[in-house]
Every structure is written in structure tokens, then in C-alpha cells.
Design a protein around this ligand. Structure first.
Ligand SMILES: [Zn+2]
Length: 759
């Protein structure tokens, strides 16, 4: 069993993995010397162990403790370089635009520097005397190349220890199965954990996988192990096969059309400055990458999968219709025609025949026809055949055919829908029916767009629109209550942790970053304890020295729509200080930028929100292995005079790692609500080279969207009511205990929403 993998996955759930049985733990053991040292190390990094874990640790070998310590070191990047460009950067260097201009002129137009007083740096730049105060920098202030790295970080300044618990093999197996069967799409951290666990645990006999995207991850693993017949059982429609082949090609589990990918590549590699613009090359490169070329083995495998599809030829062809263009190319590239003439591939032959002759009518075509004819009864009757599709066009249908008629039809099929879909309707209704509200959608490429409200909204009065929202809410709550009431339970009491009333249920906004240290759900609010919040960003780990310019910045929303920014272009402003712009990374150990926010100063200037952002100034997406986050402590947090290092793992409140599949150019990773002194964790990608492209209206729209969600606590209240459970004050006295630790596994939370539905 790969213990390092399991240790890493457990840490994400605030736990330490130990290969032992709970029953064997001696709860009266004395702490051994190695364990005492290990606990000391945990404390320095901001953790402590609960009682069960403490006693369990006493029974494991010191070597095992060393492996765990190493994992913690790696997760927190303790061996990396955390020195920024400026030493003691909380004291501004006073550098200004004139310093940059003078240095530029001297370097550009004078080949010999005789006649100028100054210093030539290892990067070749000559810094004239009287410009930058060189003694304050770890590198070249002109081109942002670091010359000095640091090999230490601060420790133990944090004011709060996070408690770690024990994870046994049994807990890990439970986590594995809850991820496999999750009824909501997995976010990046969960996907990554599932991939890691698939290598450790065997797949169960009948894995009850409900999400297509999860099935793709499993299919890939089976194909890697040459178990293509087992994989076949997970591919139930032609589009499942297409989705898998496309996942292999693009790395995305969703079906993104080639033209979208090409257009996105062009946008990502275009640059503000002409000579650096590589947009067209990147688009061509993507086109080449997407060319379809398959070897015999893959062709044969795909042909067998298609032949085994458990649908009639007509159903299969209708399923292929929406991606007809992609299919035509795929059939050719996979030589499916050739295979269809072979013995044993009769079902494939039948499917291709119907597909090419277009000998099928599509359901979508019938709906469109009825809708254009304004035939409400016919349209609604057709929509009832496909509950999932009905849900997606429910609001538009309400505006078009009237809410009474539409909702009555919808109510007939509501119980057939997965509960997560119903919930997301409730979340979305308030925003959809508000004519002033811009909706934010997040297409697969990760960059959010705002879209205009539905034009039909103007036909309805304020009251009519409000009652539509209420009707949608009543409908989904009634349906969820029915499904809770239908579940058999022997429990009489339940405990709900008060913090669960602050955590929204995640149904749509999937995080694309990986959280190595602890899982939190998007929308989680972190109270700020001290007077300072320190943002950090570390990037370039494991990469050779090169130009790789990533920027940490923040945007301060002031009253009356006025906005202040702090970033490489403006190192200090009221309430914020930046540690200097690094544009080149040193060899292998990475580099860092920081921003220090002062709450008293922000309060003094009446700042409302501060949005934390990072983005790539170099071409391309945000670099993999980039880590961003923030620190907070009731104690003062040090900044080194010698090196500028300002990182302390024990003060880290939340940190995320950018995953390899990230398609976006910039990311908002948190918002500080100044008056409430709390930080809301959220993720909002944007494509603009600098922070100037981000508008504060979309931040407020997203906060509003998070605010309009159903919270975990509220869902548990519905359950308590439907199942006649009484609430108790402590987890120990409850038949069912819903604690914060329970919520750290989002797959476990969404299990509440699971119900048997007819597909
Ligand atoms: Zn330089």
C-alpha cells in the first residue's frame, strides 16, 4: 500500500493516515520521545493531534513518523525559496517610475557606462547611482531577476492550531467509495484524490458511478491496465465513448468542441505588447494537437465499445446527433466503417447505417417545432419526457408559457430529477428572475461571462417575478422533503454543527484548484483574527531558471465605485504593500511575492472589499505548481530584514494549488469583507493580462450568487423536519452527528442529496 499517497490524501481532510485498527489503540499509552518531537513539528506548522491520533501515533515506528513529516514539509513548501524581491518590504523602497525610466535610458542608449556612477548586476543591467536603493533588493529591481534565495521560513507564529484526526484504511476505503459514487461532479481536489486512490484500492464489483465525469477517470485507469472490457460496462452511450476519447486527447472530462479550444488558445497567448503576441501560433498548435490519429489497438477497442452499446441503433444515432460533426471525423479516424463490415460487429454496422442515413427523428427537433408553433401543451408534454432538459429550460418556459402551467407540468417529474439539479434551480431562480441582475455563467474553459437578463422579464410585474422565485423554491423544497421522508431511518435525534449554517452546498461552482492542506467548500467564510492579512504566492517549484512572470495583486473596492489597486504597477496604496515584482525564477526552488493588508488602514479609508488576485503576465495559463493563499494570526507576523521572507505555515488560513488542467489566465482567489473582518473563499477566473480587466460588479454578483444558495445547515433542517428527528446540543448524544469534519468531505455532504432516480 502506498503510504505516502494515502498520507497526502488524508492531509487534505485534516487527518493523518496510519495503517492500524481503531480497536487496537491503547488509549492510556504514554507519549514516546519520537512522538513528542513529531507533535512539536506539527505545532510549528500550525497543527495539533486529537487524543485518538496521539495514542495511535505511539504505536507506529519513528520511520513512519519521518515519512509523515516529509509529506507535511512538501505540502507547505518548506524546502522552497520564500524570499521576495525586496528585503524588509513592509518599509517601502521609494522606487518610482523615474528610477525605471533613467535605468532604461542608460541601459538602452549608452554602450559604455563610463561617465555614470552605478553598479552592474549579474543580469547585465547597470543601475545608475541615485535611482534604486540596491541594498534593499535580493535581485535586479529593473528586470525582476532574483540573485539571492533563502532557505528558511518562520514557524509557530500562528494563534490557532488546527486539529488533526486519525484516518485508518477503513476511513480511506470509505472516502474512496464516497468519491466514486458522488452524486455531484467532483472538484479538482476530489478528482485528484480519486485518481490517487484508484491506484491504491481495487475497483469494487459494481461501482455505482452516477457522474459521467467520474466514470471517465475510472475508464482511463482501466484502459491503462488493459482492462477494456471492464471499461466497456461504464460506457453506456456513444457519447460516453466520444467523451472518453476526447478526454484522452484534451485532458478535459467535459466535451469541449474543437473550435472553442482553438479560440481559447488564441486568446490565452495573445499579449498586450505586439512582438510578444503568440496568439495565432498557439491557435495553430492547438489545431495540430487536436488532429485525430489513432493506432490499430485504439481503433479496435473503440469499435468493440460501440458494438457493445446497450441502445437500439435509433437511440444510439439520436444520441450522436448533437455532436454530429465530431462524430463524422471520429468515425473516419477510428476506421469504424472498416470494422463494421467484420463479423461480430453487427450492432456497430446497424448504428452507423442509421446515423449516415439520418433515419431517425430527434427529440430536440420535435421540441423546437412545438415551441415555434407556440403549442404549450405539446412542448410541455415533450419536456416531461426528458426531466433533465426540462430543468435547464424551466425558467424560460415559465416566462413563455406562464408559471402555473409550466410548474404544474414540472412538478409531475420533479422527483425524477437528481436532488442536486433541483437545488441548483433554487439557487439560480432569484438571479434569473431579477431583470437588473446580470447573470454570471462559467463555461467549460473556466472564464466567467456575464449574460443579459431574459427579455421576456419586462412583461411581468415585480410581484409576479417575486412569486415565480417563491414557487420555484417551494417546489424544490417540497420535492426534497418528499425524498427525505421516503428514506427509512431508525434515528431519533441529530446534531448540526453551527458552522454548517455558513457553508453553502456546492452544486455548480466547481473549484478548479487543488487544496493540499485542507478541503474547504467555496463560499466558506474565514474570520480574520489579527489586524493584518498577508497574501502570498509561490511559483516555479521544480523548474529551471527562466523568465516566468506571475503577478500577485489585489483590488480594493472603495465607496462610490472608486477602485484602488496594489500590484507590480503600484507597490503601495492605502492599506496595502507589495513585496516587489519578480519576473524571472531561480533554479528549481521557485520564488515568492507577498502583499500585506492592514485592516485598520483599510477601515480608515472606508474600503469595502479587497479582492485577492493572481495572474500570468508571461504568455499562457497560470503556471502549474503555483500556490496562492493568505495568512492571518492574532500575533504579529514577522518579515525578515535580511531576506524579506514572510512565510509561516502555521499562519496559513487557506491555500490552493493551481492544477495542470487550468485554462484560465487569472484567478480571484478570495475576497476580504473589510467591515465584517472576514475572508470569503471563492474562485473566479478572468482573462485579462493584469488586474485592471476585473470589474467589481462581477465580484458583487458572485458574492450575491453565493449568498442566495442553500446552506448545509438548512438542508439538514429540512431532513430533520421530514424525518421527525429532534435536534440535540452535542454530537455525542445524537444518533446522526453532522460535524464540520464530516462536511470536509464534500462527497459525503452530497450523499444527503442522493436518491434513486430513473435515468
Ligand atoms: Zn536586470
Amino acid at each position: 500500500m502506498d503510504k505516502k499517497t494515502l498520507t497526502n490524501v488524508a492531509l487534505r481532510h485534516r487527518a493523518v493516515f496510519l495503517d492500524l485498527n481503531r480497536e487496537d489503540i491503547n488509549m492510556h499509552s504514554e507519549i514516546t520521545v519520537p512522538v513528542a518531537a513529531f507533535i512539536q513539528l506539527l505545532n510549528e506548522n500550525g497543527f495539533c493531534a486529537n487524543e485518538e491520533l496521539l495514542h495511535a501515533l505511539n504505536s507506529v515506528s519513528p520511520y513512519r513518523l519521518a515519512v509523515i513529516a516529509e509529506c507535511i514539509n512538501e505540502v507547505f513548501g518548506l524546502d522552497l525559496n520564500w524570499a521576495p524581491l525586496v528585503k524588509e518590504w513592509n518599509v517601502p523602497t521609494g522606487e518610482n517610475a523615474a528610477d525605471h525610466l533613467i535605468t532604461f535610458i542608460v541601459n538602452q542608449f549608452f554602450t559604455t557606462k563610463t561617465g555614470f556612477k552605478g553598479t552592474t548586476l549579474p543580469c547585465g543591467h547597470f543601475i545608475p547611482e541615485g535611482t534604486f536603493p540596491l541594498e534593499r533588493y535580493n535581485g535586479c529591481p529593473f528586470c525582476g531577476t532574483p540573485f539571492k534565495t533563502a532557505n528558511f521560513v518562520y514557524k509557530g507564529q500562528g494563534s490557532k492550531l488546527k486539529e488533526l484526526r486519525l484516518f485508518t484504511v477503513e476511513d480511506m476505503e470509505h472516502l474512496f467509495s464516497s468519491l466514486l459514487t458522488s452524486a455531484t461532479p467532483l472538484d479538482a481536489t476530489q478528482q485528484d484524490s480519486l485518481k490517487l486512490l484508484l491506484r491504491v484500492f481495487p475497483l469494487p464489483e459494481n461501482p455505482n458511478i452516477t457522474m459521467k465525469e467520474t466514470a471517465m477517470l475510472v475508464v482511463r485507469m482501466l484502459v491503462e491496465q488493459d482492462m477494456t472490457d471492464e471499461a466497456s460496462k461504464l460506457l453506456k452511450t456513444p457519447n460516453d465513448v466520444l467523451r472518453y476519447l476526447w478526454y484522452e486527447k484534451t485532458g478535459y472530462v467535459q466535451l469541449i468542441e474543437p473550435r472553442t479550444l482553438v479560440a481559447h488558445a488564441r486568446k490565452l497567448y495573445s499579449h498586450l505588447w505586439g512582438p510578444l503576441d503568440r496568439g495565432l501560433d498557439a491557435a495553430q498548435e492547438m489545431k495540430n494537437n487536436l488532429m485525430l490519429k489513432y493506432d490499430r489497438k485504439t481503433c479496435r477497442c473503440a469499435a468493440r465499445w460501440m458494438n457493445a452499446i446497450p441502445l437500439t441503433a435509433k437511440q444510439a444515432a439520436e444520441n450522436m446527433n448533437p455532436k454530429r460533426g465530431m462524430w463524422v471525423r471520429m468515425i473516419h479516424a477510428l476506421r469504424l466503417g472498416e470494422y463494421s463490415r467484420k463479423k461480430g460487429f453487427e450492432h456497430l454496422a446497424e448504428i452507423l447505417d442509421v446515423f449516415y442515413k439520418q433515419d431517425y427523428t430527434t427529440w430536440q427537433g420535435r421540441v423546437d417545432k412545438a415551441r415555434i408553433a407556440n403549442d404549450a401543451d405539446k412542448t410541455l408534454a415533450l419536456l416531461k419526457e426528458r426531466p433533465g432538459f426540462f430543468a435547464r429550460c424551466l425558467f424560460a418556459s415559465m416566462l413563455r408559457f406562464g408559471s402555473d402551467k409550466t410548474l404544474a407540468a414540472f412538478n409531475d417529474i420533479a422527483d425524477k430529477l437528481p436532488a442536486r439539479l433541483l437545488l441548483s434551480l433554487g439557487n439560480a431562480a432569484e438571479i434569473y428572475f431579477d431583470p437588473k441582475e446580470e447573470r454570471i455563467v462559467r463555461p467549460i474553459t473556466g472564464v466567467m461571462k456575464t449574460i443579459e437578463p431574459n427579455k421576456l422579464l419586462v412583461l411581468y410585474s415585480d410581484e409576479a417575478r417575486k412569486s415565480m422565485v417563491e414557487e420555484v423554491n417551494n417546489l424544490y423544497k417540497a420535492s426534497i422533503t418528499r425524498s427525505f421522508a421516503a428514506q427509512k431511518t431508525t434515528s431519533k435525534t441529530l446534531y448540526i454543527d453551527p458552522s454548517l449554517y455558513n457553508i453553502p452546498i456546492s452544486v455548480g461552482d466547481r473549484a478548479t484548484t487543488i487544496q493540499d492542506a485542507s478541503c474547504a467548500l467555496m463560499g466558506t467564510r474565514f474570520p480574520v483574527e489579527g489586524d493584518a492579512v498577508r497574501l502570498f504566492m509561490q511559483w516555479g517549484k521544480g523548474l529551471p531558471a527562466q523568465h516566468l512572470d506571475m503577478d500577485l495583486s489585489c483590488r480594493i473596492a472603495m465607496p462610490n465605485g472608486y477602485v484602488e489597486e496594489c500590484g507590480f504597477f503600484n507597490l503601495t496604496c492605502a492599506g496595502a504593500k507589495h513585496s516587489g515584482d519578480i519576473q524571472h525564477i531561480p533554479n528549481m526552488v521557485g520564488t515568492a511575492e507577498y502583499i500585506e493588508l492592514s485592516l485598520p488602514e483599510l477601515e480608515k479609508v472606508n474600503a469595502k472589499y479587497v479582492a485577492f488576485t493572481c495572474n500570468a503576465y508571461s504568455n499562457g495559463a497560470i503556471s502549474p505548481n503555483l500556490v496562492v493563499g493568505w495568512m492571518d494570526s492574532a500575533n504579529p507576523m514577522k518579515i525578515s530584514e535580511e531576506t524579506g521572507v514572510a512565510y509561516d505555515p502555521s499562519c496559513v488560513q487557506h491555500a490552493v494549488r493551481i492544477s495542470e488542467g487550468n485554462l484560465s489566465k487569472g484567478l480571484v482567489f478570495g475576497v476580504l469583507d473589510v467591515a465584517k473582518r472576514e475572508i470569503i473563499w471563492l474562485e473566479m477566473p478572468f482573462t485579462s493580462q493584469t488586474v485592471r480587466g476585473l470589474d467589481s460588479a462581477s465580484i458583487e454578483a458572485l458574492l450575491h450568487k453565493l449568498g442566495a444558495k442553500l446552506y448545509i445547515g438548512q438542508l439538514l433542517d429540512i431532513k430533520a423536519q421530514a424525518q421527525h428527528l429532534s435536534k440535540v446540543e452535542t454530537p455525542d448524544e445524537a444518533d446522526e452527528a453532522y460535524t464540520y469534519e464530516w462536511a470536509l468531505n464534500p462527497a459525503e455532504v452530497t450523499k444527503l442529496l442522493y436518491r434513486e432516480v430513473a435515468q
